[in-house]
Write a protein that binds this ligand. Sequence first.
Ligand SMILES: NC(=O)C1=CN([C@@H]2O[C@H](COP(=O)(O)OP(=O)(O)OC[C@H]3O[C@@H](n4cnc5c(N)ncnc54)[C@H](O)[C@@H]3O)[C@@H](O)[C@H]2O)C=CC1
Ligand SMILES: O=C(O)[C@H]1O[C@H](OP(=O)(O)OP(=O)(O)OC[C@H]2O[C@@H](n3ccc(=O)[nH]c3=O)[C@H](O)[C@@H]2O)[C@H](O)[C@@H](O)[C@@H]1O
Length: 441
Amino acid sequence: MKITVVGTGYVGLVTGTCLAETGNHVCCVDIDQRKVEKLRNGIMPIYEPGLEKLFERNLKEDRLSFTTSLQEGIDHGEIVFLALPTPPGEDGSADLKYVLGVAENIGKILTDYKVIIDKSTVPVGTAEKVQAAVAKNYDGEFDVVSNPEFLREGVAVEDFMKPDRIVIGTTSERAQKLLTELYAPYVRQGNPIIFMDERSAELTKYAANAFLATKISFMNEIAQLCERLGADVDMVRRGIGSDDRIGKRFLFPGIGYGGSCFPKDVQALVFSAKEVSYEFQILDAVTEVNKRQKVHLVNKIKRYYNNGLAGKHFAIWGLAFKPNTDDIREAPALEIINALLEAGATVAAFDPEAMENVKNIVGDKIVFAETQYDCLQNADALIIATEWNEFRTPDFDKILEAMKDTVVFDGRNLFDIEQMEKKGFHYESIGRPLVNQPKLV
Ligand SMILES: NC(=O)C1=CN([C@@H]2O[C@H](COP(=O)(O)OP(=O)(O)OC[C@H]3O[C@@H](n4cnc5c(N)ncnc54)[C@H](O)[C@@H]3O)[C@@H](O)[C@H]2O)C=CC1
Ligand SMILES: O=C(O)[C@H]1O[C@H](OP(=O)(O)OP(=O)(O)OC[C@H]2O[C@@H](n3ccc(=O)[nH]c3=O)[C@H](O)[C@@H]2O)[C@H](O)[C@@H](O)[C@@H]1O
């Protein structure tokens, strides 16, 4: 089939590439000329495992093309995906200016039937707004469908190729038929396409992200309690996770959720609720708990040094908001770095993929190390902010040799507490008190 994807960010690139992989011809449109130029030359602008290989293959086999011309893109495809940003406005609502702006321009270009798909995360009622924006300039037949995306960064290709479910919000039979055909190669037995109306599909996306964020904040609160009551959150997690009704996944406490979506989508759902005079109380708490958790590790560090961070030197392992991505949007590591610098400390950091992105923000305020071990030279303490695999089983002798002092603050609970004690580290993690660690209350 002939497909157009407008927006070549994370979602657009994964969508376009994975749709090309099953034999479709995909034309991707972006206003960013430099990005389009790079993509045409075979340069993948994001780090996402497995994506580059598929991208190169499909580019070479002419199933994938890139343009800055919306006209060229729209002429190409019978199905048009909108994978545009929906950033938070000042009041927390999702800003629809990109989506509606493009929809209006599409209306000026359309000459025959197309299915226009909202792949961006958009508030309830957006499909109707997109419909109206296109119809301003076009009075022929077209359908607008809500088809939210549930992929996770770091495993995005797998999530797209083998989705748990595909949600399609439309009441148009013509659109349903086309999308059933398009998604047939991706549907595994038992993991269905769920058809519904547009509004329910739009809300499904927010409900999914808000629920997952709630799960994380809940576990972060349990971790806080563990620290105060002398329990071990790893044990509690395993104890509750083996109940199918709760599930094992997404129960890991840490330094707060980051990324481009949970923070903004939780806020946007709270705003949508307010608009219909409903106070979504749980979600206000989810956001507050997350803010608190993001400074939890810094508070531990300050407490350990009796607030005397001036002159201390910290090594940070991990900058990305999660492993297997170079994405640093809302990354907890950035807040930790800012807090340490503000307190007069110095910082060296290492991340396998995200250092360039952080350099663009913090410049030379911190040192970027070549390797995870170089990063440790003369450090008073090591801080672990992202659970990259290479940090899980490090060479502890090398760590001990490089560091000035043997102190580790682990925001991701990577190591065994007793082992760390035996090796001579002062080791603090999340929700796992040491026997000799002072209780908080
Ligand atoms: N990043 C993720 O993992 C996921 C994101 N989403 C949602 O998908 C949407 C897109 O997110 P990302 O891909 O992360 O965004 P992004 O910010 O990475 O990329 C957006 C792209 O759209 C382009 N763009 C902006 N205005 C344009 C225009 N008028 N015409 C053509 N291109 C234009 C930008 O240049 C950029 O390349 C958001 O609503 C997000 O909430 C949904 C699921 C997962
Ligand atoms: O709408 C989106 O953009 C996407 O948002 C999340 O995906 P993503 O942000 O890529 O990453 P997650 O794996 O969900 O992690 C988000 C944050 O939660 C944190 N997290 C996750 C799981 C956990 O148990 N504990 C925890 O602190 C991670 O460290 C990370 O900072 C959702 O998982 C996707 O389904 C959704 O499509």
